[in-house]
Design a protein around this ligand. Structure first.
Ligand code: SF4
Length: 209
């Protein structure tokens, strides 16, 4: 029987949000983290699944924008939730898609190493939501530890051209400070990372935007 992946949505015609040219976001349900200001709470709720889709169904749906991808050097961004929980489906998709499509991924990296290794041959650019390198801050904010994140960052530093990696370091009100972000950045620079997206979570009544 073919596996179906739980999805929270497919979003077309995005421009330079996270990737070059026109991209389609393919967003999977499920995430190992429990961020206090989660923007995609739908992907954590058992009733939050939009559709269950086979890889070929996802490919057929995304294929309608083939001409846009080719004309703009765009492609597909995998997100969620945590897309690396669906690493096998992503690798399968990448093997079947036109080779001209670029592939981007937005991930926390808080997954088993084998998931990262399964998709690495296909990824043109990684957007990594590190949050904060300090284990206490990370645990406090996400409810799990960042041991796997740090191990997977080390693996990327050893195996991937780091020009293909953007590290996201948010200021998270009530959880970290600009000084904490500076310390995270220093630690990551020492590992060889060079592209950082530092930004502010804006909170409205306990939620972020
Ligand atoms: S990593 Fe993203 S989807 Fe997962 S809990 Fe945090 S904000 Fe929500």
């Amino acid at each position: 029987m073919k596996m179906k992946a739980p999805m929270i949505g497919i979003c077309r015609h995005r421009l330079t949000t996270d990737g070059q040219g026109v991209t389609t976001l393919v967003a999977f349900h499920g995430c190992p983290l429990r961020c206090k200001y989660c923007l995609n709470a739908q992907c954590l709720r058992s009733d939050g699944v939009w559709r269950q889709m086979e890889v070929q169904e996802i490919l057929d749906e995304v294929m309608v924008d083939d001409l846009y991808f080719k004309a703009t050097n765009g492609g597909v961004t995998f997100g969620g939730g945590e897309p690396l929980l669906r690493a096998n489906e992503i690798a399968d998709f990448c093997k079947r898609r036109p080779s001209t499509w670029r592939i981007y991924i937005e991930t926390s990296l808080n997954v088993e190493r084998q998931a990262l290794e399964a998709v690495a041959p296909y990824i043109d650019h990684y957007y990594i939501d590190v949050k904060d390198m300090n284990p206490d801050i990370y645990q406090h904010y996400t409810s799990i530890n960042n041991t796997r994140v740090i191990e997977n960052l080390r693996w990327l530093a050893d195996h991937v051209d780091l020009g293909k990696v953007t590290i996201r370091l948010p200021h998270i009100p009530n959880y970290n400070t600009q000084a904490d972000i500076g310390r995270s950045r220093q630690q990551l620079e020492a590992m060889g990372f060079c592209d950082f997206d530092c930004f502010e979570y804006v909170c409205y009544g306990g939620k972020s935007a």
